[in-house]
Design a protein around this ligand. Structure first.
Ligand code: SF4
Ligand code: SF4
Length: 97
């Protein structure tokens, strides 16, 4: 049985880069600056509503601040629904702060 064409060599010969699969950013919760906790207001609704335990609060000057664990977040959107400040949306991980 004959071997198929070497597409990699063919692409190099033709000056084309071999097609490589693109990494897909996971879709997770992203918290914006309108978060109440970032303004010193005690709020942990997102943490309380998250079924995956993906919202962690870190101690900081002025009060605890929420952080999304990108590996634990499933992008379910439950925290979006419960946030009183409409400060969470679901988007690519690269947009998370
Ligand atoms: S529920 Fe909303 S306002 Fe409250 S800490 Fe989470 S992101 Fe901030
Ligand atoms: S999107 Fe779902 S899993 Fe991710 S932080 Fe919000 S509630 Fe938790």
């Amino acid at each position: 049985m004959a071997e198929g064409p070497d597409l990699t060599r063919r692409n190099l010969f033709l000056g084309r880069a071999a097609a490589e699969p693109r990494a897909v950013e996971p879709i997770i919760a992203v918290i914006s600056q309108s978060c109440l906790a970032l303004r010193g207001v005690a709020c942990m609704s997102c943490r309380d509503s998250c079924p995956s335990g993906a919202v962690r609060f870190e101690l900081a000057l002025g009060g605890a601040r929420p952080r999304i664990d990108a590996h634990g977040c499933t992008g379910c959107g439950e925290c979006v629904r419960t946030c009183p400040a409409d400060a969470i949306r679901i988007g690519p991980h690269e947009e998370a702060s």
